[in-house]
Design a binder for this molecule. Structure first.
Ligand code: PLP
Length: 425
């Protein structure tokens, strides 16, 4: 018992973890549907989809079977000068599903690299055409990943502090809190009038890491339209919001006339099985790189670009996602959340309750302590772990973002335990 946990503590450095203060990591030996099963046989409901990646449940037999066939057919090959069926098929199936008029797929390894590629595409698009536009605009509180470019366009925070002097300058506009949209739009337009903006990058509808902060599709549409008017590109970072999380296939689908120029995808892209990143762009972006001049090439690539196993996982996940059964699961989840939201609205100890599709977030009253290091956070995390539920609050924000296969019974159990927690505060 606890064998993996103990061996781990000798050799592993965990992500986003103060190793001196953290208890032993829970050793997981098996995943099964919505459950993660530990060494002692405890079954935890994975109510945050293991950092927002899992869509159809753990160790899904259909995805497993497709991956195993692919492993014995072609496990990997170089993607410059060579290509293969899984990469082409996933691109063919993804492009028509994406919002706007996406024409090309560039593969990479994860959400951060998908963002790096998007930034490079946008900046080199501008330099290939000598527009002189070099500035990136982002929303305050944004999170776009942990590599240097992605950190540079993310909000400055606890996460970025040690590197701050090395990050490139980004112009930030205020978060469009409901009721304060005008301020955001005004700040955006003022920046755009300077005509030096290469691109606006944003997490459409929901800022994940900053606490599941939500804004309306109306202001999203206005921001995008404003950018188009002033010749500034729009990068939609749908790494978290993609593949049904917001109730529609993509968050940008909730905007009538959404036309991002570049879209970043990862997390749910493979159903959460193996890492893969996608940066999709329009024909106009792609065309700006076509030239007899080698300087206009996008010199970017990773060793495992378009890994066939990862692409196959993407195809298998799409098969499941587009089956009518999954649509029913998503709709059931959205309506269960909606009822829970009504139940908690104006609840004691709650500052706000927010929902966007399959994402439900509860913001606890905290007095003065807010943010990622909020004192409630560890207490809440362990409260739920003891009850065999994996919920990982972002500071004082508890959110539920489960795999779509979660049953109403399992979801009801999660809601009840949250009620229990609220009654102890
Ligand atoms: C998680 C996330 C990323 C980074 O993805 P990784 O795969 O963790 O590198 C980028 N953007 C958004 C919106 C995210 O939620």
């Amino acid at each position: 018992m606890n064998n993996i946990s103990r061996r781990d503590s000798e050799v592993i450095w965990h992500p986003y973890t103060q190793m001196q203060l953290s208890p032993l990591a829970t050793g997981i030996v098996k995943g099964e549907g919505v459950y993660l099963i530990d060494e002692a046989g405890n079954r935890y409901i994975d109510a945050i989809s293991s950092w927002w990646v899992n869509l159809h449940g753990h160790s899904h037999p259909y995805i497993a079977q497709r991956l195993s066939e692919q492993l014995t057919t072609l496990e990997h090959c170089i993607f410059a000068g060579f290509t293969h069926e899984p990469a082409v098929q996933l691109a063919e199936r993804l492009l028509p599903l994406l919002p706007g008029n996406m024409a090309r797929i560039f593969y990479s390894d994860n959400g951060s690299t998908a963002v790096e590629v998007a930034l490079k595409m946008a900046l080199q698009y501008q330099s290939n055409q000598d527009t002189g536009r070099r500035r990136i605009i982002a929303l305050e509180g944004a999170y776009h990943g942990d590599t240097f470019g992605a950190m540079s366009v993310s909000g400055r925070s606890l996460f970025t502090r040690p590197f701050e002097t090395l990050l490139f300058d980004t112009a930030y506009i205020p978060f469009p809190h409901p009721g304060q949209e005008e301020e955001t739009l005004h700040a955006l337009e003022t920046l755009l009038q300077q005509e030096d903006a290469a691109a606006l990058i944003l997490e459409p509808l929901v800022q994940g890491a900053s606490g599941m902060r939500m804004y309306t599709s109306g202001v999203l549409e206005q921001m995008m339209r404003c950018c188009r008017e002033y010749g500034c590109l729009v990068i939609a970072d749908e790494v978290m919001t993609g593949f049904g999380r917001t109730g529609t296939w993509f968050a940008c689908d909730q905007v009538q006339d959404a036309r991002p120029d570049i879209i970043c995808l990862s997390k749910g892209l493979t159903g959460g099985t193996v890492p893969l990143g996608v940066t999709a762009c329009t024909q106009r972006i792609y065309d700006a790189f076509l030239s007899e001049d080698h300087h206009k090439t996008l010199y970017h690539g990773h060793s495992f670009t378009a890994n066939p196993i990862a692409c196959t996982a993407g195809i298998a996940s799409l098969d499941l996602l587009l089956a009518p059964a999954c649509r029913l699961q998503i709709d059931a989840l959205v309506s269960a959340h909606s009822a829970a939201k009504t139940h908690w609205q104006n609840g004691k100890g709650l500052k706000a309750v927010r929902q966007c599709g399959t994402i439900l977030a509860l913001e606890l009253e905290t007095g003065t302590a807010t943010g990622y290091l909020n004192r409630h956070r560890d207490h809440i995390y362990h409260f739920f772990l003891e009850r065999k539920i994996l919920l990982r609050p972002l500071g004082n924000i508890i959110y539920i973002l489960p795999p779509y296969c979660i049953t109403t019974g399992q979801l009801g159990f999660v809601y009840e335990e949250i009620d229990q927690l609220l009654s102890t505060l």
